[in-house]
Design a binder for this molecule. Structure first.
Ligand SMILES: NC(=O)c1ccc[n+]([C@@H]2O[C@H](COP(=O)([O-])OP(=O)(O)OC[C@H]3O[C@@H](n4cnc5c(N)ncnc54)[C@H](OP(=O)(O)O)[C@@H]3O)[C@@H](O)[C@H]2O)c1
Length: 293
């Protein structure tokens, strides 16, 4: 099998490549179909995916069986101030990738986000709920989903949320750094969602990639919490001497509106490849035991 991982330097891309090379994950062995797979990784320094003239031939010439698109502009505030770049990375790039996958016969796994929803839910969003993004990041990612669905047939769209890993920048590392520096952190307690360990997500993407169960998936860790609950649990394990105080979104103004409630329900995983996503606290504990900060 030949696999293209885009955004290979990012959190998810790095985790995927590791699991394929080790044929293993914290949730157990990955499917046997990946044994001996050749993985090609690209990132912004090697291939700007928003350049159609480069992206389409690269995929057509590559002879890939599976393309996993982890590339994105993930800086939510940056998307708000530079929508053109956000649209290129989050909407046009997936369109070109999907066009090339359709033409070459490769399956496509495209990663998306809870930000496609309005974020004012009262129960976890299902894959059948109607997206209504409130941010530039969310609307550019929704456009990317729609282009993927228009351009190719053999696609999996996997929406995730609150992603962290051993690699790159994320909330877990930021909160540990802030707690060590300041002794006290204040974290919003009125935004609710699902923290997600990239290792759990990668394992499920690899599981779905060997099926023909195409469609839209929600893939987050199980269990729902606020950012404050998440921070409190991180610090309980990693910086127990630090103080963690709850605050409201009004006390912590941000340039971009953040979802108040964007937990995701995993209807498609349960109906197809199986939902083995761990509870968020268990997955976090597993990450923190290996996190060298
Ligand atoms: N992080 C989260 O909390 C979160 C939550 C929900 C969904 N997601 C989704 O999950 C996926 C993976 O996220 P992640 O946290 O692993 O992302 P990440 O660490 O930010 O990695 C994304 C990579 O894509 C690269 N990239 C950006 N624009 C590109 C372009 N035009 N062409 C080629 N590469 C480009 C980025 O380069 P630069 O760093 O130089 O921009 C970066 O190396 C993304 O689709 C994201 O939208 C993430």
């Amino acid at each position: 099998m030949k696999i293209l991982i885009t955004g290979c330097r990012g959190q998810l891309g790095t985790e995927l490549a590791k699991q394929i090379s080790m044929m293993d994950s914290p949730l157990g062995k990955i499917p046997a179909e990946y044994a001996g797979a050749k993985v090609v990784g690209v990132d912004i320094d090697t291939l700007d995916l928003s350049d159609r003239k480069k992206t389409v031939p690269f995929i057509l010439d590559g002879g890939f069986d599976l393309v996993i698109n982890c590339a994105a502009m993930t800086n939510v505030d940056g998307c708000e101030t530079d929508y053109d770049t956000a649209f290129k990375a989050n909407a046009l790039a997936p369109m070109y990738i999907a066009e090339a996958c359709e033409a070459s016969g490769a399956k496509l796994i495209h990663v998306s986000t809870d930000y496609v929803f309005a974020g004012d839910g009262t129960r976890p969003y299902t894959e059948g709920d109607v997206p209504s993004p409130k941010t530039a990041y969310g609307s550019s990612k929704l456009a990317g989903e729609q282009y993927v669905a228009q351009q190719c047939r053999r696609y999996f769209i996997a929406r995730t949320a609150w992603l962290y890993s051993l690699y790159g920048k994320n909330f877990v590392k930021t909160i540990i750094g802030a707690a060590r520096k300041n002794g006290t952190v204040r974290v919003v307690n009125d935004q609710i969602g699902n923290p997600t360990n990239a290792a759990d997500l990668a394992y499920h993407l690899l599981k779905m990639g060997v099926t023909e169960e195409y469609g839209i998936y929600h893939v987050t860790n199980n269990g729902i919490c606020s950012w404050y609950d998440f921070a409190k649990e991180i610090l309980r394990i990693k910086v127990p001497e630090a103080e963690c105080l709850p605050c409201t979104s009004d006390e912590y103004p941000s340039r971009t509106p953040r979802p108040k409630y964007s937990a995701l329900d995993h209807v498609m995983l349960r109906a197809t490849c199986g939902d083995e996503m761990r509870d968020w606290k268990e997955a976090l504990q597993d990450n923190l035991k290996d996190l060298d900060v």
